[in-house]
Design a protein around this ligand. Structure first.
Ligand code: NAD
Ligand code: UDP
Length: 325
């Protein structure tokens, strides 16, 4: 007989998965980290290897998996535009076949299952800020579609497993989240700007930098994940999870230059196709259902993230910063 909750985290060696692994281990869960290391690294979780409640399994969730668990967090999927566009067909497979395999597993063992969905289901939104009721404005055939439509279809599968098989599901729509262990070369804006600033290389603003994002620090998001899993059965979501403080990309660049005392200049590169112009979560639902709201402001979160990347640079672990042409 097992006493601790057995929790599977797909994508557990990634940015969010590694923080979630730590969080669940600290509350006494048994964690099974499942990852194919497409974008995740052993470095993210090496400090956990050897802990008695932590188990690592190299596995691609596009293949079925037979294990016995009580809860599943389905996080496996490349998350940055550069990574998810590298092999778009694989991104769609991971989103859809991966969701099917995780849902099938949840159904067989009667586990609760959380889906890491995304603000990208809203596409380039025409409603601002975005509430969960908004159905979105997504291009089905563009370069971001493999991710956006994959995640939308995954949501459909989650809700059909709920209706058809009475599965207990929790769907969280995550808005831009940053912090230690974001991959230094994956092109996401916070990590890119920090590494560029720390190495005094040009800060690459796409377009004029007037597009907005709302940045959530990782510890706040992980609390929301755990809170969502703990909600009563009838709470399925989708629930927006993010920090509603909204900044332009130009403001973010200025703040990072100030915090790092950088000599970097700012350069403007072409705006990628279908880049959402504005994004801010309406988090009223999360506040009400999870009694949760973010606590870490941008300056505090950036300061911690800058410290992390200073450490990586000092160890020689950041070779190259992606600068699209
Ligand atoms: P990440 O790239 O650091 O982590 C994803 C992990 O999934 C990696 O460890 C990767 O190796 C693994 N993976 C990818 N394909 C796999 C497969 N087929 N089988 C097994 N493992 C696989 O990204 P992240 O930021 O930690 O994102 C985690 C989840 O949260 C993703 O599903 C992402 O879509 C979602 N999300 C993240 C954000 C964000 O701002 N970080 C925003 C919205 C949604
Ligand atoms: N961005 C930028 N310079 C970079 C990387 C990103 O100006 O080097 C912009 C990008 O065009 C987008 C925003 O920053 O408007 C957030 O990009 P990211 O890839 O982090 O996430 P997204 O929210 O677009 O998925």
């Amino acid at each position: 007989m097992h006493l601790e909750r057995r929790v599977l985290i797909s994508g557990g060696a990634g940015f969010l998965g590694s923080h979630l692994s730590e969080r669940l281990l600290s509350q006494g869960c048994q964690v099974l980290c499942v990852d194919n290391f497409f974008t995740g690294t052993r470095r993210n979780i090496e400090h956990l290897i050897g802990e008695k409640n932590f188990e690592l399994l190299r596995h691609d969730i596009c293949q079925p998996l037979f294990v016995e668990v009580d809860e599943i967090y389905n996080l496996a999927c490349p998350a940055s535009p550069i990574h998810y566009q590298r092999d778009p067909v694989k991104t769609t497979k991971t989103s859809i076949l991966g969701a099917l395999n995780m849902l099938g597993l949840a159904k067989r063992v009667g586990a609760k299952i959380f889906q890491a969905s995304t603000s990208e289901v809203y596409g380039d939104p025409s409603v601002h800020p975005q509430p969960e009721e908004y159905w979105g404005n997504v291009n089905p055939i563009g370069p971001r579609s493999c991710y956006d439509e994959g995640k939308r279809c995954a949501e459909t599968l989650f809700f059909d497993y709920r209706r058809q098989h009475n599965l207990e599901i929790k769907v969280g729509r995550i808005f831009n989240t940053y912090g230690p262990r974001t991959h230094p070369n994956d092109g996401r804006v916070v990590s890119s700007f920090i590494v560029q600033a720390l190495t005094n290389r040009p800060i690459t603003i796409f377009g004029e930098g007037r597009q907005t994002r709302s940045f959530c620090y990782v510890s706040d998001l992980i609390e929301a994940f755990v809170g969502m899993m703990a909600t009563p059965r009838e709470v399925a979501g989708p629930v927006n999870l993010g920090n509603p403080a909204e900044f332009t990309i130009a403001e973010l660049a200025t703040q990072i230059i100030e915090l790092t005392n950088s000599r970097s200049e700012i350069i403007n590169l072409p705006l990628p196709q279908d880049d959402p112009q504005q994004r801010r979560p309406d988090i009223s639902k999360a506040k009400k259902l999870l009694d949760w709201e973010p606590k870490v402001g941008l300056t505090e979160g950036l300061t911690k993230t800058i410290e992390y990347f200073e450490g990586m640079i000092a160890e020689g672990l950041v070779q190259r910063v992606h600068a699209p042409t």
